[in-house]
Design a protein around this ligand. Sequence first.
Ligand SMILES: C[S@@+](CC[C@H](N)C(=O)[O-])C[C@H]1O[C@@H](n2cnc3c(N)ncnc32)[C@H](O)[C@@H]1O
Length: 230
Amino acid sequence: MTIGGTGVARPSGGMWSAAPVRPWSPWALEYARDPERYVFGTAPSDWAREVVPLVRHGATVLDLGCGEGRDSVFFAELGAAVTGVDLAADGLDKARRLARRRGVRVRLIEGPMTGALPAGPFDLIFSCGAIHYVPRAQRGRLFRRLAAMTRPGGHQAHVVFTDRLVHEEKGEIVDYFTAGELREAFVEWQVLRSGEQVISCAQDGSVHGHSVEELVVARPMVPAPRPSAP
Ligand SMILES: C[S@@+](CC[C@H](N)C(=O)[O-])C[C@H]1O[C@@H](n2cnc3c(N)ncnc32)[C@H](O)[C@@H]1O
């Protein structure tokens, strides 16, 4: 599987830090370099293709760190009502143009995924190579919030970089997930798919690998019963 590259957010950014610093992504620069060139291409990622069975016509989908929109537009073409969120205005401009060219509508929000988001509920909350740019200290709160935004019986699907094989590029600062960390964010959810692998990337001009963890989970229809007191 290829994600298509790496990215970054400065670790102190986001709405929950005491002294907020605007989150930053080098992908904004990459997207702006050539307005005609799609850094990650316009075909959907392999990860988006994997979750197609979860995207029925009319489903509501949130794409976190949607970049230039290759996956958001793909989900919209499947008939979903898609919201894409990204820090990078130039990426979102390309996403908007791609959607227009393909004749679909995608709602695009500029800002950090830890910032203002629609309340949902969403049938699918999806991310491809983006959540590892959110500092770990902010991720617990992000995942709790995303859980509440997922419709009971709905799904989340994420692929994130892990610390098993690190290749830093483009001056990135990534808060790598540790083994099993992503899975731990979804205790009590049904795991439909969970795995680790090394993906190939050549965004910095050299072919290299990144270790990733993938997870597809379903939110229980009813909360699991609490263990009774002894
Ligand atoms: C490696 S790119 C992947 C883009 C897209 N998901 C794709 O696969 O084509 C990571 C994206 O996450 C965005 N990003 C990084 N940190 C973010 C944050 N805190 N909130 C929202 N987007 C963020 C970047 O701007 C970038 O577009």
